[in-house]
Design a protein around this ligand. Sequence first.
Ligand SMILES: [Zn+2]
Length: 467
Amino acid sequence: MVFMLKSVRPTIVAAFLVGLCQASLAQDYTLAAPGSESQVTATSKGATLFQNVRIFDGKSAALSAPSNVLVKGNIIERISVTPIAVDANADIRVIAAGGRVLMPGFIDAHWHSFMAATAMPLLTTADPSYLHILATRQAEATLMRGFTTVRDLGGPVFGLKRAIDEGTIKGPRIYPSGAMISQTSGHGDFRFPFELPRTPGGPLSQSETKGAAAIADSPDEVRLRAREQLRLGASQIKLMGGGGVSSQYNPIESTQFTEAEIRAAVEAAENWGTYVAVHAYTPRAIRQAIAAGVKCIEHGQLIDEPTAKLLAEKAIWWSLQPLIYDADVFARMTPVSQRKALEVFAGTENAYKLAKKYNIKTAFGTDILFNAGAATRQGAYLAQMVRWYTPAEALKMATADNGELMALSGFINPYPGKLGVVEVGALADLLLVEGNPLENIQLVADPDRNFLVVMKDGTIYKNTLSH
Ligand SMILES: [Zn+2]
């Protein structure tokens, strides 16, 4: 190639190189979004002053004294018990909160933006563009439920995240994992039996081309797939380390991948400043993931006491979901999934007991899948945490604690800054609540009625106080 270029005129070589530059620009994310100006720009300019709020700061078990909170740009700039003076000419939106509660927006540490509210048969058969439109609508609904951040544990959401971040559509901050990396026959292998055997080097299955899953069967393949997700913008890598409920072809007791395969992903992630989260229910699957260097275990309802101790000793995050029997969710499962779900539901009680006993770093997440009705109950999942925790502990987990987990993405954190707290310098993701959720956590199960203001990144997306 070099030899051939030498033989053509320098001007042609220059034109060729300019062409290359343009090509590399065009494939990157520096180009402006097409279409009209962002719809949120108008409300994001200037500043917002919340007057007379009592603050749940994401950590403390008690509300603050009546206070005033000034948001400038996307940052909480000032918190004061004395009035904050407002220049009449300044572009400041004043919200007279009348003593209501101001708290951090919620973080769902295990969410699937693409799949939460769309039924499985649709996901496997519908036009992908239609599925992305459904996910777009669900993203706005998620934000309106007060979830200002989600850690997305699998699914094609890079485009959705981009459109949200640039203000083209409304939705939460997304920490994307991209495709869920799975071994053949693992929890992320959604192929039909007639698609097997796979020809090495042959075409990808439809869930792979969609970006929902990536099937890998050696350390080299896992490394490649992990790096691909990082290239696309994953903030952490998701691996399927054991059997799951929604998949039909693998036992819940199965351990998936080998330690060497998981370690290949861990190396790729750590070289990129981030970490691997592994789906695992059983002690064996959890222990293999820990041995391979994984920093966060997803689910883990079938854990035993020695393995819980190990999580505590190694300061591994446990991303746990309050999965208990839900008649609506159960009724929509296949018989295979129902059998597996009953095992998991039965483990939830013990899992939270151990998480508390060993003071394990525990994240709150819902993992709602394929169910539009359940998605509307995202806040109710949080409210039912009072089976095991005080309201203050549950709310802290879904705000400040989850915010700490988000920071584990290190230097590739897509939203550097403090999340999940109301404090000076933190990112301004805020809810103004009617009533005190520290006394009555059920308030968060009815966001339409009880969340009067929803702010994300300093922008107000809902305000029913200003009539
Ligand atoms: Zn999940």
